[in-house]
Design a protein around this ligand. Structure first.
Ligand SMILES: C[S@@+](CC[C@H](N)C(=O)[O-])C[C@H]1O[C@@H](n2cnc3c(N)ncnc32)[C@H](O)[C@@H]1O
Length: 258
Protein backbone atom coordinates (compact mmCIF):
# COMPACT_ATOMS: atom_id res chain seq x y z
CA UNK A 1 0.00 0.00 0.00
CA UNK A 2 1.40 3.42 -0.84
CA UNK A 3 0.54 6.00 1.79
CA UNK A 4 -0.99 9.47 1.48
CA UNK A 5 2.45 10.90 2.17
CA UNK A 6 5.94 9.59 1.47
CA UNK A 7 8.98 10.38 3.62
CA UNK A 8 12.33 9.58 2.05
CA UNK A 9 15.01 9.65 4.69
CA UNK A 10 18.75 9.07 4.25
CA UNK A 11 18.72 7.62 7.79
CA UNK A 12 15.62 5.83 8.99
CA UNK A 13 16.72 6.23 12.60
CA UNK A 14 15.87 9.93 12.18
CA UNK A 15 12.30 8.57 11.82
CA UNK A 16 12.41 7.10 15.32
CA UNK A 17 8.63 6.82 15.58
CA UNK A 18 8.53 4.65 12.45
CA UNK A 19 11.32 2.42 13.87
CA UNK A 20 9.60 2.17 17.24
CA UNK A 21 6.32 1.11 15.61
CA UNK A 22 8.11 -1.30 13.23
CA UNK A 23 9.79 -2.96 16.24
CA UNK A 24 6.73 -2.84 18.52
CA UNK A 25 6.56 -6.64 18.70
CA UNK A 26 6.96 -8.37 22.08
CA UNK A 27 10.54 -8.54 23.30
CA UNK A 28 10.11 -11.69 25.46
CA UNK A 29 12.06 -14.01 23.17
CA UNK A 30 15.04 -11.66 22.86
CA UNK A 31 15.03 -10.98 26.62
CA UNK A 32 14.80 -14.72 27.30
CA UNK A 33 17.65 -15.47 24.91
CA UNK A 34 19.86 -12.73 26.40
CA UNK A 35 19.08 -13.86 29.96
CA UNK A 36 20.07 -17.45 29.13
CA UNK A 37 23.15 -16.45 27.12
CA UNK A 38 24.39 -14.25 29.96
CA UNK A 39 23.64 -17.04 32.44
CA UNK A 40 25.77 -19.41 30.28
CA UNK A 41 28.56 -16.87 30.77
CA UNK A 42 27.85 -16.74 34.53
CA UNK A 43 26.32 -13.26 34.41
CA UNK A 44 23.10 -13.04 36.42
CA UNK A 45 20.80 -10.28 37.68
CA UNK A 46 21.46 -7.72 39.14
CA UNK A 47 24.42 -7.49 36.73
CA UNK A 48 25.18 -4.21 34.98
CA UNK A 49 24.87 -4.49 31.20
CA UNK A 50 25.84 -2.13 28.39
CA UNK A 51 23.81 -2.11 25.16
CA UNK A 52 25.84 -0.77 22.25
CA UNK A 53 23.65 1.00 19.63
CA UNK A 54 20.66 0.86 21.96
CA UNK A 55 18.23 2.61 19.62
CA UNK A 56 15.00 3.36 21.48
CA UNK A 57 15.94 0.99 24.35
CA UNK A 58 13.05 -1.33 23.48
CA UNK A 59 14.74 -4.27 25.31
CA UNK A 60 15.45 -2.34 28.52
CA UNK A 61 12.04 -2.71 30.24
CA UNK A 62 12.09 -6.51 29.81
CA UNK A 63 15.69 -6.83 31.00
CA UNK A 64 14.96 -4.51 33.94
CA UNK A 65 12.00 -6.74 34.84
CA UNK A 66 14.44 -9.68 34.78
CA UNK A 67 16.57 -7.75 37.31
CA UNK A 68 19.40 -6.36 35.12
CA UNK A 69 20.69 -2.78 35.25
CA UNK A 70 20.99 -1.73 31.63
CA UNK A 71 22.88 1.28 30.28
CA UNK A 72 23.41 2.13 26.64
CA UNK A 73 24.38 4.53 23.92
CA UNK A 74 23.41 5.41 20.38
CA UNK A 75 24.42 7.94 17.74
CA UNK A 76 20.90 9.01 16.77
CA UNK A 77 19.36 11.81 18.83
CA UNK A 78 15.90 10.83 17.59
CA UNK A 79 16.31 7.24 18.81
CA UNK A 80 17.76 8.48 22.09
CA UNK A 81 14.53 10.45 22.59
CA UNK A 82 12.75 7.09 23.02
CA UNK A 83 15.65 5.54 24.94
CA UNK A 84 15.67 8.35 27.48
CA UNK A 85 12.01 7.69 28.27
CA UNK A 86 12.60 3.95 28.74
CA UNK A 87 15.92 4.20 30.57
CA UNK A 88 16.12 7.68 32.13
CA UNK A 89 19.64 8.70 33.16
CA UNK A 90 21.16 5.54 31.67
CA UNK A 91 21.70 6.40 28.03
CA UNK A 92 24.22 8.64 26.32
CA UNK A 93 25.04 9.75 22.80
CA UNK A 94 28.17 8.23 21.31
CA UNK A 95 29.60 6.74 18.16
CA UNK A 96 30.20 3.00 18.52
CA UNK A 97 33.52 3.41 16.71
CA UNK A 98 34.83 5.77 19.40
CA UNK A 99 33.17 5.64 22.78
CA UNK A 100 34.23 5.27 26.39
CA UNK A 101 32.21 4.58 29.52
CA UNK A 102 33.35 5.60 32.96
CA UNK A 103 32.33 2.35 34.61
CA UNK A 104 33.02 -1.37 34.20
CA UNK A 105 30.15 -3.58 33.02
CA UNK A 106 29.50 -7.25 33.73
CA UNK A 107 28.31 -7.87 30.18
CA UNK A 108 27.44 -6.12 26.92
CA UNK A 109 25.25 -6.82 23.91
CA UNK A 110 24.49 -5.39 20.47
CA UNK A 111 21.58 -6.84 18.50
CA UNK A 112 19.62 -6.48 15.25
CA UNK A 113 22.59 -6.26 12.90
CA UNK A 114 23.56 -2.83 14.23
CA UNK A 115 27.29 -3.72 14.20
CA UNK A 116 27.25 -3.71 10.39
CA UNK A 117 26.70 0.07 10.43
CA UNK A 118 30.42 0.28 11.22
CA UNK A 119 31.50 0.44 7.61
CA UNK A 120 35.25 -0.03 7.84
CA UNK A 121 37.10 -2.88 9.50
CA UNK A 122 39.05 -0.23 11.45
CA UNK A 123 35.82 1.17 12.94
CA UNK A 124 34.55 -2.32 13.75
CA UNK A 125 37.87 -3.13 15.47
CA UNK A 126 37.75 0.17 17.39
CA UNK A 127 34.23 -0.69 18.57
CA UNK A 128 35.33 -4.09 19.88
CA UNK A 129 38.32 -2.49 21.61
CA UNK A 130 36.01 0.08 23.27
CA UNK A 131 33.53 -2.61 24.35
CA UNK A 132 36.38 -4.70 25.79
CA UNK A 133 37.68 -1.66 27.69
CA UNK A 134 34.28 -1.15 29.37
CA UNK A 135 33.97 -4.83 30.39
CA UNK A 136 35.55 -6.64 33.28
CA UNK A 137 38.08 -9.33 32.26
CA UNK A 138 36.34 -12.48 31.04
CA UNK A 139 32.98 -10.70 30.67
CA UNK A 140 30.71 -11.65 27.73
CA UNK A 141 29.67 -9.57 24.73
CA UNK A 142 26.63 -10.89 22.85
CA UNK A 143 26.63 -9.77 19.25
CA UNK A 144 23.92 -10.43 16.68
CA UNK A 145 24.60 -9.83 13.01
CA UNK A 146 23.75 -11.11 9.55
CA UNK A 147 26.58 -12.91 7.79
CA UNK A 148 26.59 -12.67 4.01
CA UNK A 149 24.95 -15.56 2.16
CA UNK A 150 25.37 -16.64 -1.45
CA UNK A 151 22.51 -15.93 -3.86
CA UNK A 152 20.10 -13.04 -4.35
CA UNK A 153 18.84 -11.11 -1.31
CA UNK A 154 15.65 -12.45 0.31
CA UNK A 155 13.38 -9.60 1.50
CA UNK A 156 12.39 -9.70 5.16
CA UNK A 157 8.78 -8.58 5.72
CA UNK A 158 6.64 -8.28 8.84
CA UNK A 159 3.74 -6.33 10.33
CA UNK A 160 3.43 -4.86 13.82
CA UNK A 161 0.64 -3.16 15.73
CA UNK A 162 0.81 -0.60 18.50
CA UNK A 163 -2.69 0.29 19.67
CA UNK A 164 -4.57 1.49 16.58
CA UNK A 165 -1.40 2.06 14.53
CA UNK A 166 0.06 -0.52 12.16
CA UNK A 167 3.43 -0.79 10.39
CA UNK A 168 4.12 -3.07 7.43
CA UNK A 169 7.85 -3.38 6.94
CA UNK A 170 9.97 -4.64 4.05
CA UNK A 171 13.77 -4.80 4.35
CA UNK A 172 15.91 -5.84 1.43
CA UNK A 173 19.36 -4.99 0.08
CA UNK A 174 21.18 -4.07 -3.08
CA UNK A 175 24.83 -4.06 -4.07
CA UNK A 176 27.33 -1.24 -3.66
CA UNK A 177 30.30 -0.78 -6.03
CA UNK A 178 32.50 -1.36 -2.96
CA UNK A 179 32.30 -5.15 -2.63
CA UNK A 180 32.64 -4.92 1.17
CA UNK A 181 29.49 -2.81 1.50
CA UNK A 182 25.81 -3.15 0.61
CA UNK A 183 22.71 -0.98 0.78
CA UNK A 184 19.89 -1.91 3.15
CA UNK A 185 16.58 -0.68 1.76
CA UNK A 186 13.75 -0.24 4.24
CA UNK A 187 10.12 0.59 3.41
CA UNK A 188 7.67 1.10 6.27
CA UNK A 189 3.98 1.65 5.47
CA UNK A 190 2.27 3.18 8.49
CA UNK A 191 -1.48 3.38 8.97
CA UNK A 192 -3.08 5.32 11.81
CA UNK A 193 -6.68 6.49 12.40
CA UNK A 194 -5.58 9.81 10.84
CA UNK A 195 -4.31 8.36 7.56
CA UNK A 196 -1.31 6.57 6.19
CA UNK A 197 2.21 7.35 5.12
CA UNK A 198 5.29 5.59 3.93
CA UNK A 199 8.88 5.94 5.17
CA UNK A 200 11.68 4.85 2.86
CA UNK A 201 15.38 4.82 3.44
CA UNK A 202 18.57 3.22 2.15
CA UNK A 203 21.68 2.97 4.28
CA UNK A 204 25.03 1.28 3.85
CA UNK A 205 26.14 -1.65 5.94
CA UNK A 206 29.38 -3.62 5.95
CA UNK A 207 29.31 -7.14 4.52
CA UNK A 208 30.77 -9.77 6.84
CA UNK A 209 31.61 -13.10 5.20
CA UNK A 210 31.91 -15.96 7.71
CA UNK A 211 35.66 -16.50 7.11
CA UNK A 212 36.41 -12.77 7.28
CA UNK A 213 34.53 -12.46 10.57
CA UNK A 214 36.41 -15.45 12.02
CA UNK A 215 39.81 -13.89 11.15
CA UNK A 216 38.67 -10.50 12.40
CA UNK A 217 37.59 -11.95 15.76
CA UNK A 218 40.86 -13.85 16.12
CA UNK A 219 42.71 -10.52 16.03
CA UNK A 220 40.24 -8.85 18.47
CA UNK A 221 40.21 -8.72 22.28
CA UNK A 222 37.44 -11.38 22.24
CA UNK A 223 37.29 -15.13 21.75
CA UNK A 224 34.29 -16.69 20.05
CA UNK A 225 32.68 -19.07 22.53
CA UNK A 226 29.18 -19.95 21.27
CA UNK A 227 27.19 -19.36 18.08
CA UNK A 228 23.39 -19.47 17.91
CA UNK A 229 21.16 -18.95 14.89
CA UNK A 230 19.41 -15.78 15.97
CA UNK A 231 18.36 -14.02 19.16
CA UNK A 232 14.64 -14.32 18.48
CA UNK A 233 14.76 -18.11 18.12
CA UNK A 234 16.81 -19.35 21.08
CA UNK A 235 17.60 -22.60 19.31
CA UNK A 236 20.49 -24.94 20.14
CA UNK A 237 24.07 -23.71 19.59
CA UNK A 238 25.58 -24.21 16.13
CA UNK A 239 28.96 -25.91 15.71
CA UNK A 240 30.60 -22.60 14.71
CA UNK A 241 30.06 -19.78 12.22
CA UNK A 242 27.85 -21.23 9.45
CA UNK A 243 29.79 -21.36 6.15
CA UNK A 244 26.65 -20.35 4.22
CA UNK A 245 26.07 -17.24 6.34
CA UNK A 246 22.72 -15.94 7.60
CA UNK A 247 21.79 -14.42 10.96
CA UNK A 248 23.89 -15.40 13.98
CA UNK A 249 24.11 -14.48 17.63
CA UNK A 250 27.61 -14.79 19.08
CA UNK A 251 28.79 -15.12 22.65
CA UNK A 252 32.20 -13.41 22.72
CA UNK A 253 34.46 -13.48 25.77
CA UNK A 254 36.65 -10.52 26.72
CA UNK A 255 40.27 -11.66 26.86
CA UNK A 256 41.81 -8.28 27.63
CA UNK A 257 43.35 -8.11 31.10
CA UNK A 258 41.39 -4.97 32.07
C1 LIG B 1 18.73 -1.70 14.02
S1 LIG B 1 18.82 -0.41 15.20
C2 LIG B 1 18.95 -1.36 16.68
C3 LIG B 1 18.50 -0.61 17.90
C4 LIG B 1 18.38 -1.48 19.15
N1 LIG B 1 19.62 -2.15 19.48
C5 LIG B 1 17.26 -2.48 19.03
O1 LIG B 1 17.49 -3.67 19.31
O2 LIG B 1 16.15 -2.08 18.68
C6 LIG B 1 20.46 0.19 14.91
C7 LIG B 1 20.87 1.35 15.80
O3 LIG B 1 22.26 1.61 15.59
C8 LIG B 1 22.46 3.01 15.72
N2 LIG B 1 23.75 3.35 15.10
C9 LIG B 1 24.10 3.25 13.80
N3 LIG B 1 25.39 3.61 13.66
C10 LIG B 1 25.86 3.92 14.90
C11 LIG B 1 27.12 4.31 15.41
N4 LIG B 1 28.19 4.48 14.59
N5 LIG B 1 27.25 4.53 16.72
C12 LIG B 1 26.19 4.35 17.58
N6 LIG B 1 24.97 3.98 17.15
C13 LIG B 1 24.81 3.76 15.82
C14 LIG B 1 21.25 3.62 15.02
O4 LIG B 1 21.07 4.96 15.39
C15 LIG B 1 20.14 2.67 15.51
O5 LIG B 1 19.54 3.16 16.67
Amino acid sequence: MVGDRRVISPNWYDEADAYDLAFAFATDREVDMLTHAFADADVHPPARLLEAMIGGARLVPGLADAGFHVFGFDLSSAMLGYATRRAPGRVFRADAARFAAAQAFDGAYCLVDSFRYLLSEADAAACLASVAATLSPGAPFILELELSSPGPPIPDTWTTDRGDERASVCVTSHEDPDGDLQWIDVVVNITTPNGSHEVRSSQKQRIWRPDDLASFLTASPFTLETVWRRTQERGPPLGGLPANGGPVTLLLRNTSPG
